[in-house]
Ligand binder design. Structure first.
Ligand SMILES: CC(C)(COP(=O)(O)OP(=O)(O)OC[C@H]1O[C@@H](n2cnc3c(N)ncnc32)[C@H](O)[C@@H]1OP(=O)(O)O)[C@@H](O)C(=O)NCCC(=O)NCCS
Length: 219
């Protein structure tokens, strides 16, 4: 079930078209290469098998609103993201509060009874707090909702952080796709869960979920 409500700080929502500019900003910070900007729009508009989410930190919104109320005359400064400094991309102005509150995103496709995780990324300033895990957990919840039996993904062989996260959620290596990533010809590990409706997986998932929600569900 997707976590929603007024009490919790971190909220998962379905990605909408208006979220896409912020999603692209985070993607540029998270990945060595990025999808074409039109890809998310196509996914959201044309792919009925695609499910994309964003993670919002409601405190970001509250802090920004409080700040703008204290200093109403001060013009908003433009803000450069670190990766923008390394490339020829133009400076990015600070996004409005509702977009700035988006700190991560993720998605999957349903292919028959398999949920394929297509992307998962946290803004670098918000990592190591269990929030990438919260998004993966939300994707697996979606996989249950849409009737998937297994969850699968590809991950760079060098991406130990993501692999650790996936292993925690029962993903296991099932093969390699050679030179899968076109930017550096890196191989991809193919990972699969067990059948997510098996009693063993369900029990493990529910236990992980309870622990994680306790950790991040701060007022
Ligand atoms: C992968 C990613 C989403 C993880 O997000 P995160 O919010 O930092 O991760 P979490 O804090 O939720 O950590 C969850 C688990 O991930 C693993 N993990 C996270 N950071 C780690 C690190 N520095 N070293 C090793 N494992 C790590 C651990 O298994 C951790 O569980 P634990 O806390 O019980 O040890 C984030 O690093 C990211 O956006 N990376 C760039 C994009 C990317 O590589 N996406 C995956 C593409 S396949």
């Amino acid at each position: 079930m997707i976590q929603k409500g007024e009490r919790v700080r971190y909220v998962i929502e379905r990605m909408t078209m208006s979220d896409v500019p912020r999603v692209i900003e985070i993607e540029r910070l998270a990945y060595p290469s990025t999808w074409p900007p039109s890809a998310y729009r196509k996914e959201l508009q044309d792919n009925r098998w695609a499910h994309y989410i964003v993670l919002r930190d409601k405190h970001v919104t509250e802090e920004q609103v409080a700040l703008s109320q204290q200093e109403p005359e001060k013009p908003r400064k433009s803000r450069l993201f670190p990766l923008s400094l390394l490339t020829s991309r133009p400076a990015v102005t600070a996004p409005p509060a509702d977009l700035a509150s988006i700190i991560g995103f993720a998605g999957l496709w349903l292919m028959v009874d398999e949920a394929h995780v297509t992307t998962i990324a946290m803004h670098p300033n918000h990592r190591h707090q269990g929030l990438g895990e919260f998004m993966l957990m939300s994707l697996i919840d979606i996989a249950y909702e849409i009737g998937a039996k297994w969850v699968t993904l590809e991950v760079r062989v060098s991406n130990y952080v993501a692999q650790n996260l996936y292993r925690k959620y029962g993903f296991r290596e099932a093969g390699l796709r050679h030179r899968y990533y076109s930017d550096n010809q890196e191989d991809a590990l193919i990972m699969w869960t067990d059948e997510i409706n098996s009693p063993g997986y369900k029990q493990k998932f529910q236990a992980l979920k309870a622990t994680l929600l306790d950790k991040i569900d701060e007022p």
